[in-house]
Design a protein around this ligand. Structure first.
Ligand SMILES: Nc1nc2c(ncn2[C@@H]2O[C@H](COP(=O)(O)OP(=O)(O)OP(=O)(O)O)[C@@H](O)[C@H]2O)c(=O)[nH]1
Ligand SMILES: [K+]
Ligand SMILES: [Mg+2]
Length: 438
């Protein structure tokens, strides 16, 4: 990532999506925000009140657009700095003209991806877990993802982690007090056993959340369903039916699909990624071999494999299949009722599709489970596992000093969640995942 020119720069960028639209919001943040408002909108409007203004080119005073203008003085703004928004007409030429006008203001430059949010973090307006919640909210594709992201943006994880961190610090303080009273045996012992109790309760609370961790992470990423089976089993036909669009090539030629094709679907709010793969068989050219290797790789990582087994040409289930549903396809091609498998479908006519969807939903729900997970990223999980380890080790120490040191380490590990410690490595990665203007 490029070095930032200077922390004092005033940055600007369109905050709404690209392309032609009714309105485009251009956001400005930094010490030159007032200057930019005066130069382009003619005045600095009262705080947090929208005003209709003609925007003008600061060089020749030519009108650029009619816009709604709003000013958020720092520190009570999104970034903590002076912030303004121009709600201009969303045409490409209008946007270009206003951005060009902003470039002419001394100290103003276009923002990098995530730079507004980075400033909000650095100015203490959001903690790291809230920044992640914001990133997830912008990326949320389904209702469940939206809810989880919003909870995190509102501090669901950050507040809890802060409470845990304070408990660990309180425990460390108790142990240090016990050291001070080391000469008076009873007092020291009582304090130490109180610390022991605090550490134990804390560890139980964190472990309870860790049990939900995979669920939170999987909800962010989506439930992974892999379609597998012999060539011509109807995998691509089923993918197209589930995606409700023509994503993959379907043909009567065995070995049509070679690459892995992924489609993200919304199953009543649950995010599901459906993966189509190359048909598995003995023979094949080099490309087909590679396709089958990829198919096997996908099957190994799947949350659920749908093994497709054509009614008119039975394909036995592989031995080492993990969680799966045995789906008999092309049931319209046989006269006798199908006696094998978990479910029977004919995707082109829609037969059995409602039942298949219900089974998929059941499987996804049992993975995602009930209730709300706080932990949504591997980063959180690793920090909390480390904290639990320090809490456990501390309780087993014979020396009070070592017990206290482990509590300090536990607090430090928990502190990584909100970005109080060791954040630099996370920051660049996280902010670069944002769009420009956020
Ligand atoms: N009659 C009938 N034909 C089907 C059904 N499902 C798929 N087909 C046909 O079966 C053929 C193979 O379907 P595909 O979806 O390409 O099969 P595939 O499993 O993706 O095949 P590969 O990509 O080659 O591994 C196509 O001609 C489909 O139209 C079905 O339920 N009934
Ligand atoms: K085919
Ligand atoms: Mg196919």
């Amino acid at each position: 990532m490029a070095e930032r020119v200077s922390g004092d720069d005033t940055i600007f960028a369109p905050a709404s999506g690209f392309g032609r639209a009714g309105i485009c919001v251009i956001r400005i943040s930094g010490s030159q925000t007032r200057a930019a408002l005066e130069a382009i909108a003619g005045e600095v409007p009262a705080a947090r009140v929208m005003r209709l203004r003609v925007l003008r080119d600061p060089l020749d005073d030519a009108a650029l657009d009619q816009a709604l203008v709003v000013f958020f003085p720092g520190p009570a703004s999104f970034t903590g700095e002076d912030v303004a928004e121009f709600h201009i007409h969303g045409g490409l030429a209008v946007r270009q003209a206003v951005l060009a006008a902003l470039s002419q203001i001394t100290g103003c430059r276009p923002a990098e991806a995530g730079e507004f949010t980075r400033r909000a973090f650095l100015n203490g307006r959001m903690d790291l877990s809230e920044v992640e919640g914001l990133a997830d909210l912008i990326d949320a594709e389904t209702e469940f993802q939206r809810r989880q992201a919003l909870r995190q943006l509102e501090g669901g994880l950050g507040d809890e982690a802060e409470r845990w961190r304070e408990e660990a610090i309180a425990c460390q303080a108790l142990l240090e007090a016990a050291l001070d009273f080391a000469d008076e045996g009873d007092i020291a012992e009582n304090i130490e056993s109180e610390a022991f109790g605090v550490a134990l309760v804390l560890r139980n609370q964190i472990e309870a959340q860790l049990r939900n961790a995979r669920r939170g992470e999987r909800l962010r990423e989506g439930f992974h369903v892999v379609l597998a089976g012999p060539p011509n089993a109807g995998k691509s036909t089923l993918l197209n039916a589930l995606a409700r669009r023509d994503v993959a090539i379907v043909s009567p030629i065995a070995g049509t699909t070679r690459d892995v094709i992924e489609v993200r679907c919304d199953l009543d709010g649950l995010p599901v990624t459906i993966v189509d793969t190359a048909g598995l068989r003995e023979a094949g050219d080099l490309i087909e071999e590679e396709g089958m290797a990829r198919a096997r790789g996908q099957m190994a990582q799947a949350d659920l494999v749908l093994w497709l087994d054509p009614a008119d040409d039975p394909a036995p289930l592989p031995d080492d299949l993990g969680p799966h549903l045995h789906v008999v396809t092309k049931v319209d091609r046989v006269v006798a009722p199908v006696e094998r498998g978990d479910i029977a479908i004919a995707a082109p006519s829609g037969e059995g599709m409602d039942a298949l969807l219900a089974r998929l939903r059941e499987a996804a729900e049992s993975l995602f489970g009930e209730g709300d997970a706080l932990i949504t990223r591997e980063r959180h999980r690793i920090a909390l596992i480390e904290a639990c380890e320090a809490l456990r080790r501390g309780c087993e120490q014979r020396e009070t000093e070592l017990f206290a040191e482990d509590m300090r380490l536990a607090a430090r590990a928990i502190g990584r969640i909100s970005g109080r410690v060791d954040v630099e490595d996370v920051l660049d990665h996280l902010f670069s995942s944002f769009c420009i203007g956020k």
